[in-house]
Design a protein around this ligand. Sequence first.
Ligand code: GCU
Length: 373
Amino acid sequence: MRDGWKNLPDALTCLDGTVITDRNQWQRKRRPEILEMFYRLEYGRIPEEEIQVTVRLTDVSESPDIMAGNALRKTVEVEAKRKERYFSFPFVVFVPKKTGKAPVFITICNRGVQDSDPSRDFLSSFWPAETIVSRGYAAAVFRTQEVAPDYDEGFTTGFHRLFPEYGGRGNDRPANLYGAISAWSWAVSRIIDYIETDPDLDEKRIAVAGHSRGGKTALWTAARDPRVAMTAASCAGNSGDALSRDSRGEKIEDITGKFPYWFCPAYKTFSGREEELPFDQHMLLGLIAPRLLYTSARTRDDWADPESQFYSLLQAEKVYNLYGKTGLREDSLQKPEHPLAGEATGHHLKTGSHDLDEYDWNCYLNFADQKLI
Ligand code: GCU
């Protein structure tokens, strides 16, 4: 074990020293305390109660051209209003034609249209919608860039239009105000709002998947929103599933230097001071317990630190144990092409560099087939 992991904050020891021994205490005391720390110090908070949301189904299409006639394609528009300011974003969902409510995979696409194409002119293993649908799952997708820009533009466009008082260069953003990861995560929750209203979709079997910055967003969403039944996070790495302490890859200084707009302003104050954080990322994973959680990594993705991703999942399993869910065995080895599954947690390492492809998807779907039932 790395030196810096010897003194990780314990997921089950409260700030006042109380040691949690059962799930009720966890739910009542420690879980809210940890969630609050992630809001205040890392991802930031959106003043959600000030936003009015309308979700509108704008199109339902069915044709032999759409997934060989095996799915309906629904297009939905999410409209948000705050103090006479408006913002909207679209998403699509392919629904397999079969009887009964379909479980859904929501994919957070942090890439371009070629990796999330609603017309299916471009097919991509990053989002193999045909495979997802053929296995009986609805496949929903939205593009992060259509919600909040993925560059440092001073919080003036997209979702940020709703909060003009915080936008513009040189404006001091409040220390705990949301960053882009929270905005993208808000979008996932709005897609879930829609799923709850669609009789073709099963609101009890919602999975959220994402890669890298999308993986970080998937984890944060599941931590906040209990309607997420399964999370699949690919190469989420720093500020996702990898521990911030003793990182051999990306550090808080790197991520907040290059992507300050992903987080609340308070987060960058921990650059080079990871030891002083009152939490680490295993506690983000613990917030998802007892719901299904699958993480995946790549052998050559040193920046995301695969060993740390794995160790952090094992640490999070302490929380799963409170719910009687046994994890991957402590002595489980993280070996390439060797998917591991506990009762509610799963993990694999794939040979290669930073990416999400059909191999990862098949592992996520196999895990969901077994457990998302
Ligand atoms: C950068 C960033 C990572 C992130 C990755 C991605 O490499 O430093 O934290 O995961 O981009 O989103 O692809």
